[in-house]
Write a protein that binds this ligand. Sequence first.
Ligand code: AMP
Length: 213
Amino acid sequence: MKNIIFIAPPAAGKGTQSDLLVKKYGYNHISTGDLLREEVRKQSEIGVEIDNLMKSGQLVSDDIVSNLLKTALESSQGPFILDGYPRDVKQISILNNILNDINKSVDLVIQLDVNYDILVRRVTGRLSCPKCSRSYHRDNLKPKVEWVCDDCGSSLISRTDDNEETFKNRYKTYLDNMEPILDYYNNLDMVKVIEDKRSDVNEVFEEIEKVIL
Ligand code: AMP
């Protein structure tokens, strides 16, 4: 099973697809956004520092993110999915150094391509589980019981950064930073593009399965 980096705009479905890969193939889903939100939730020293940055859609400092990432990669067993990292060119070399240190590597970069209007619709209707991070949608991906996570029974929330204004910022940051990252991995011939034209979770998952095995 290949170690993967997911590259996609916010709310493109990385989390949902990762959940499916975790359940079916035993992947470790390492999301830097989730690692940071966990610090905010625990109100750790860095959690307090990064709360406002995250609320406004700005990037958190490399020191903080790379420390959390290294710990998560070191302790993961089996194949991993990196979600939310790297987000700019500097983070590519940080990642390469971390992987080198711990004798692991990335085999494949999956770029999920989703139209802007679909993304806005998703982000403004998204419900998230603060405990296990599973995502739902108010209209087309509802939990079995309203506002309750199917997997762990926690109360669902609407994330503070899941509003249209913050989304515009996050999307712009994504576009500004994505191109050189994709250039880097394209030069290594590591990128597979998967288009989500119809907002169909299962269809996208089938396409992903074709490239990870
Ligand atoms: P995400 O859940 O990936 O959309 O990330 C949510 C927020 O966490 C981002 O808007 C950033 O504030 C922060 N974040 C996540 N990953 C990174 C990263 N690799 N570098 C810096 N900040 C990050």
